[in-house]
Design a protein around this ligand. Structure first.
Ligand SMILES: Nc1nc2c(c(=O)[nH]1)N[C@H]1C(S)=C(S)[C@@H](COP(=O)(O)OP(=O)(O)OC[C@H]3O[C@@H](n4cnc5c(N)ncnc54)[C@H](O)[C@@H]3O)O[C@H]1N2
Ligand code: MOO
Length: 394
């Protein structure tokens, strides 16, 4: 039996040996969630000039306590001026007059919002240290420095930082196109009437959503049949994609459509020491004339999502945030397999399991915010014992 780590490495090797994403330059407004293809450097100092952190008066730090004549007034957006001595009324974000090196907040001198006019005096109550309330040029990042490294995911702060650097576009990796094929004669399209013995196809939707959140472009198709010919037709009809993910039809039944169709094409099927997500297949097949990696996940809806989380998401998006959290109650685990349970973080700082280990318990998964890892070798963990959990509530 293959270990989780071995299968993870095999999936990564397979995907990365076939998928070489092109670089696309996209406007920042369209770059949310995209992955940076190369290091981004800021062309300018951040901030670009020394400026005031407070509404107040710019002074020199060697000024003695006592009266200071107001010699100027600068607002945010004004050009950089020369300091003419005394005190300069200055607003938050306004450029420091060259020669002044500290700011006294207006409330330390008088009434907030009430500024002395040029020619009037203010009373400096005590000397002020050099640099006080001054945001130095380049203090966030000097111009020319790497702002974000290749591989960074562009979220609100990252996009804001690129914009603050004056960049309007970002070079990002092309999104992987992933064909999702859910299989099984028992499946019915959600929204359609449910005949006896049928169940609704959950995996096309859940895997599509997972792929989309991981930065891919999901193209889903349902092969609601156990006929290899039908699956073959669906694959032949597909356009070019970077990856195929199937669900169902991989275990030990009489009608294993995925296995029966793809094993003769060289896709390898086997067991991973994982529950749920034990039966797995991987290999490469020809889709639209190109060798294309294919991952075959088990059909149980929890198994297919857990397979995605453990094997594919790390390749497409990187690792989930991992925490070590004490269990709210004791739990048993197979010991010979890495078990992944679904759970919820509690206000008490513990993790409680949601539902049992069964791989059909998708509604329980839907109420969970973490995956709880019970590794091989652990057959029981007591309340209070610390376990590894992955946050999945993004
Ligand atoms: N004799 C054995 N039987 C099974 C074994 C085994 O080792 N020996 N493994 C079990 C495990 S573990 C799993 S997991 C499943 C995997 O089965 P398949 O991948 O072949 O999947 P199916 O048989 O097609 O379906 C399993 C289960 O999931 C439901 N399903 C399938 N697709 C969907 C979908 N798109 N949406 C919602 N539900 C789906 C399907 O109706 C079945 O109930 O095999 C065990 N059996
Ligand atoms: O390994 Mo299966 O995925 O138990 O449910």
């Amino acid at each position: 039996m293959t270990t989780v780590a071995e299968h993870r490495a095999a999936v990564r090797g397979l995907v990365e040996s076939h998928w070489h994403p092109a670089t696309e330059v996209v406007p920042l407004g369209a770059a949310l969630g995209r992955v940076l293809a190369e290091d981004a450097r800021t062309p300018i100092d951040l901030p670009p000039f020394d400026n005031s952190q407070m509404d107040g008066y710019a002074v020199r730090s060697d000024a003695a306590a006592g009266p200071l004549r107001v010699t100027g007034h600068v607002a945010a957006g004004d050009p950089i001026t020369s300091f003419a001595g005394g005190a300069v009324a200055i607003m938050t974000g306004a450029p420091m007059p060259v020669g002044a090196d500290a700011v006294v907040p207006v409330e330390a001198v008088g009434t907030p919002g009430d500024f002395a006019a040029v020619g009037e005096t203010i009373e400096l109550r005590q000397p002020v240290e050099r640099g006080t309330f001054v945001r130095a040029r380049g203090s966030d990042l000097p111009g020319g420095s790497v702002l974000l490294e290749a591989g960074a995911t562009l979220g609100p702060a990252q996009l804001g930082a690129l914009a603050a650097s004056g960049l309007s576009t970002a070079p990002v990796r092309a999104r992987p196109r992933v064909l999702i094929v859910s299989t099984g004669a028992e499946l019915a399209e959600p929204g359609e009437p449910l005949r006896t013995g049928a169940i609704y196809d959950a995996n096309a939707v859940s895997l599509s959503a997972a792929i989309t959140l991981a930065g891919g472009i999901a193209l889903a198709t349902g092969v609601y049949s156990d006929e290899p010919g039908h699956l073959r037709l669906a694959l032949e009809a597909a356009g070019p994609v970077d990856l195929v993910v199937t669900s169902g039809g991989v275990s030990a039944g009489a009608h294993e459509v995925v296995r029966d169709t793809l094993e003769p094409l060289g896709v390898r099927f086997g067991s991973v020491a994982l529950q749920p997500g034990g039966p797995q297949g991987l290999g490469a097949i020809t889709v639209a004339g190109a060798a294309t990696p294919v991952l075959c996940f088990p059909g149980n809806p929890v198994s297919s999502l857990v397979s995605f989380e453990l094997f594919l998401r790390p390749v497409l998006r990187g690792d989930r945030p991992m925490l070590r959290v004490p269990l709210a109650a004791s739990v048993d685990s197979p010991g010979t397999k890495h078990q992944v349970r679904r759970g919820r973080l509690t206000d008490a700082g513990t993790v409680e399991l949601v539902g049992g280990p069964g791989s059909h318990l998708l509604a329980a998964y839907a109420r969970s915010d973490v995956l709880v890892h019970l590794p091989v070798g652990l057959s029981r963990a007591e309340a209070g014992e610390t376990v590894e959990v992955w946050r999945i509530d993004e």
